[in-house]
Design a binder for this molecule. Sequence first.
Ligand code: C5P
Length: 237
Amino acid sequence: MARETHPSVWVVVPAAGRGVRAGSGVPKQYRLLLGRPVIEHTLRTLATHPQVRGVAVVLAADDDRWPGWDMLEGKPVLAVTGGAERADSVLAGLNALPQDLEDDAFVLVHDAARPCVSHRDIDALLDAASPRGAVLAVPLADTLKRADDDNLVRDTVPRDGLWRALTPQMFQRAALMRALRDARDAGVVVTDESMAMERAGIAPVLVAGSADNLKITTPRDFALAEFLLRAANKDSA
Ligand code: C5P
């Protein structure tokens, strides 16, 4: 459900990873869920959101599985080549966005490997649009243990105030590009966009999202993602 106050956004989708932890020879973004590649679920959900203007997909240099879409669900799809780290791929995607996109335009970054993202989560993120940026996240539910090298519990980490960061994450285009470049130039590998912004002294807001928006990482995640997609399809039917 789009709200008139929501900004319209481009989405950068890094999909240039190898996905080795997911098993099989096929990169995880091309494994099938309910008969369609993971990346297709992700892109269609993004492209059908009314506030999404278009999508920049970032692919591995040797990707020979990309179907070559330049439009999906009536929205433009730009395909570009990524880099060695996720942050390099995100920067490549940001670079590929239309030249006339304003510096302060909001962009979303969303992992190809998160096909269960919902429009409701995207709405919640867009509701939080501000110059400090916003990150979908889930408060930690489990008790956290820090282990030593032998997997013996060293201590219990208080979970107060701890969240798991998900994607999409939303920032203004120029500020995010600057923060990612600065991190790269300093030799810091950032594992999400928020981390780059935090280095720049910004405190993005955490937006409570659904834990269903899992990142497919290990073989068991495929069955769980299929279950969640089937349930979501039933809800929207
Ligand atoms: O490896 P991980 O699961 O953290 O990757 C998150 C997302 O970033 C995936 O969609 C993956 O394809 C993408 N990625 C990328 N370029 C890399 C590494 C990962 O686009 N060099």
